[in-house]
Design a protein around this ligand. Structure first.
Ligand code: BDR
Ligand code: CA
Length: 308
């Protein structure tokens, strides 16, 4: 039985790789994709969802919907320095005029999440790889409806390790801590995939040379361009390695044993200041399955095998 999934994302280079992984995995059936402000503004996120679907050309067109263009509280932040101005590292994707590989859902992403939950009770796995604003809005609208989701896999947070936006906070949680706290407190079955594990999975120049380049198809070419890999100089133009944060959240759904979890009581800092967006272990906080270990080699095997 294929798992029915909905992916909420802020595409983003690693979100784009997560979409390729999800659509190329026979274990999953991607029913819908929702966009949220995050790595890039919502308009760009939505264009990127469509670009990625044009590249992937899925056999079954997913529903897509636009979501929140700002966090529940505070200013929208972006990560152009990591993902490029277009959010896809400048990678070129050919889109044929008039060809669409999606079904547009004309209402808000939070409504699409709820529609899927009601239509397929206890069947939908929601994979959230951006700020949690759309999920929090859906919870505010219809908490009972959200209980019809089977499970959630969330890329976000740094629990026992440093953050990547501040020393204490990770991007997705820092972007909308209030939304994260609402989602954590919802009582929904959550597996959190934080930096503690995503920093263990990355592409290196060696992997690019030995495993990505030889594939020689449109997907390997996309990985090369989006990650800024210089095939002449054999290095990434902007950094030493590329973390596969969002693909790991997808892989944790494909193969649940891949990520080793511990149930921890967590709290999100929602007050402005030094610790804004920090996740702490707090004895009275809601208990969440937190990924703390990963079979990185196995993950890379899965990831690379699905580029073909
Ligand atoms: C997360 O933030 C974004 O930059 C990535 O897409 C990922 O979801 C990592 O902190
Ligand atoms: Ca993301």
């Amino acid at each position: 039985m294929r798992k029915k999934v909905l992916i909420d994302c802020d595409v983003g280079v690693d979100d784009a790789l997560a979409l390729i992984l999800a659509f190329h995995s026979p274990e999953l059936e991607v029913k819908a994709i929702t966009g949220v402000n995050g790595n890039v503004p919502l308009d760009t996120v939505f264009i990127n969802i469509q670009k990625m679907l044009s590249l992937i050309q899925p056999a079954c067109k997913p529903l897509i919907a636009r979501g929140a263009d700002q966090p529940l509280k505070g200013e929208a932040i972006h990560a152009h320095s990591v993902h490029g101005q277009d959010g896809l590292g400048g990678a070129k994707i050919q889109c044929k005029d008039g060809e669409t590989w999606w079904l547009s859902y004309p209402r808000h992403a939070s409504e699409l999440i709820l529609k899927m939950a009601h239509q397929y009770p206890n069947e939908i796995t929601l994979i959230a790889v951006g700020p949690l604003t759309n999920l929090a809005l859906a919870l505010k609208q219809d908490p009972a409806g959200m209980k019809k989701l089977k499970e959630l896999a969330i890329m976000g947070g740094s629990v026992r390790t440093r953050g990547n936006v501040t020393p204490y906070a990770e991007f997705n949680i820092f972007s909308d801590p209030l939304a994260a706290q609402i989602v954590f407190e919802s009582g929904l079955p959550i597996t959190l995939v934080p930096l503690d594990v995503t920093h263990q999975v990355f592409l290196t120049p060696d992997w690019m040379e030995e495993r990505v380049k030889p594939i020689g198809n449109a997907f390997s070419q996309f990985v090369i361009e989006a990650t800024g890999y210089d095939t002449e100089a054999h290095w990434f133009k902007n950094r030493d390695a590329i973390f596969l944060h969002d693909p790991l959240a997808v892989a944790a759904v494909i193969e649940p044993k891949l990520v080793k979890t511990e149930k921890l009581p967590l709290q999100v800092e929602t007050k402005e200041g030094k610790y804004y967006g920090k996740i702490t272990e707090f004895k009275d906080g809601p208990k969440i399955e937190v990924g703390l270990g990963v079979d990185a080699e196995r993950f890379l095997e899965i990831f690379l095998s699905r580029l073909v």
